[in-house]
Design a protein around this ligand. Structure first.
Ligand code: ADP
Length: 409
């Protein structure tokens, strides 16, 4: 068990492919930290630098108190589990699990056998020890690969998308199993995934990467409730946060965001937003669970047209369009990535509703429904920098209510 420290770690491939840019992060002893981000954001590169499979261009990585930049992989006391399992096909499960230990230690074979049996027991594969990998299912191979890591009793576990090749049900099951295992062994763990749901459900803390740059690190609840920028806001949470455009109008009795949506805000909040940004227009982010849908208009509501209603079981997901919406295109600066998915459908707005609460006839899109927004849960982002202009208020609210206990920075 060891802490891990990244100090301004940079990786450049070839002449000019900047894969990781001055990455700073400390991981505590026994912590389960997930690196999450879209494909190509630098997650595997970071993990491979910890493992010693990739040279560090600049900066320093420490495991425990040792700077490992120049240490060969076998001297780093780590065990890595890959997506493709990397088992030796001609060896049995037990030989696969023992292989690393036999090569790297002087342990007597009796002790090695004992460790293999213990790890196999932990992974629930005790009855497969004499099988060859080709006779195993994907889930069983994954368990063997993890078992092989446990046998080494390393200071650090490194997981690189270990569950990607499994079907959805097995993946969920293995998530829980890996999480429990990590809690039992208390081995410092870095887990890489592109799947934000996996990151949210498994980790103590999540580090979110985009284009080689660390966007935010925090507990699952913290990054969900207090995204530091528009990228994190959209990347974390499924379905993703809706983004609207509005101006801050301070000419009336009360300050009000007005544009795609209408939201009243307090004088203090308007002041705070205005003091943090010179923008004329803002991005307002609001999660699908913080919008209410009504059949009748109110003084606060905006009309919206139902695209489709998708039953999800415990609630329905209603997709809507706005009447003459401004849309985020042209408002967000070109170099600000707001994390909208690849199809570019960032303007596909969504809201959760009670099953059946909005009749299907609205789906023809002729008759509007009316939306109101929970002001407290509207995030305000600067469209030029992507920065969340509201985080001070959110953190103040959280510490008052104690809802983010243990999630301090
Ligand atoms: P992720 O794991 O988040 O998908 P990677 O760490 O694999 O991202 O890649 C980060 C960036 O580095 C990408 O732009 C990728 O194309 C580039 N890259 C990764 N490996 C190499 C390599 N061996 N040679 C050149 N470029 C690479």
């Amino acid at each position: 068990m060891s802490r891990i420290l990244f100090d301004s770690v940079t990786k450049v491939y070839g002449e000019d492919i900047l894969a990781v840019d001055e990455f700073d992060l400390g991981i505590d002893e026994g912590e389960f930290l997930t690196l999450v981000g879209p494909s190509g954001s630098g997650k595997s590169t970071l993990l491979r630098m910890v493992a010693g499979l990739e040279e560090i261009t600049d900066g320093e990585i420490q495991i425990g108190d040792t700077t490992v930049n120049r240490l060969p992989p076998r001297n780093r006391d780590i065990a890595m589990v890959f997506q493709n399992y990397a088992l030796y096909p001609h060896l049995t499960v037990s030989e696969n699990m023992a292989f690393g230990l036999k090569r790297s230690t002087e342990l007597p074979s009796g002790e090695i056998d004992e460790r293999v049996e213990e790890a196999a027991e932990l992974m629930g594969i005790g009855d497969l020890l004499d099988q060859k990998p080709k006779h195993l299912s994907g889930g069983q191979r994954q368990r063997v690969a993890t078992g092989r890591a446990i046998v080494r009793d390393p200071a650090v576990f490194l997981f690189d998308e270990p569950l990607s090749n499994l079907d959805a049900k097995l993946r969920k099951h293995m998530r829980t199993q890996l999480q429990r295992l990590q809690q039992t062994l208390e081995t410092t763990t870095i887990y890489v995934t592109h799947d934000q749901e996996e990151a949210m459900t498994m980790s103590d803390r999540i580090a979110i990467l985009n284009e080689g740059t660390l966007q935010q690190v925090g507990s699952p609840r913290q990054v969900y409730n207090r995204p530091e920028n528009a990228f994190v806001a959209q990347f974390i949470g499924s379905p993703s946060m809706n983004m609207f455009v509005a101006e801050l109008d301070r000419t009336g009795d009360r300050p009000r965001f007005t544009g795609d949506i209408e939201v009243d805000v307090s004088e203090r909040r308007a002041e705070s937003v205005a003091s943090h940004s010179n923008a004329d227009q803002f991005l307002l982010g609001i999660r699908p669970e913080h919008i209410e849908v009504h059949e009748r208009a109110t003084s606060e509501s905006v009309p919206a047209y139902v695209d489709i209603i998708e039953p999800l079981g415990s609630n329905d997901l209603l997709y809507f369009e706005l009447e003459d919406g401004i849309g985020v295109d042209g408002v967000v600066a070109e170099d600000v990535d707001i994390g909208a998915d690849e199809e570019g459908d960032e303007e596909e707005y969504k809201v959760f509703i009670e099953p059946g609460s909005i009749p299907n006839r609205y789906e023809n899109g002729d008759t509007p429904v009316y939306l109101t927004f929970d002001t407290e849960h509207v995030h305000v982002f600067d469209p030029q920098t992507g920065e969340n202009l509201d985080n001070e208020r959110l953190s103040a609210t959280e510490s008052r209510t104690g809802s983010a206990k243990g999630a301090g920075d």
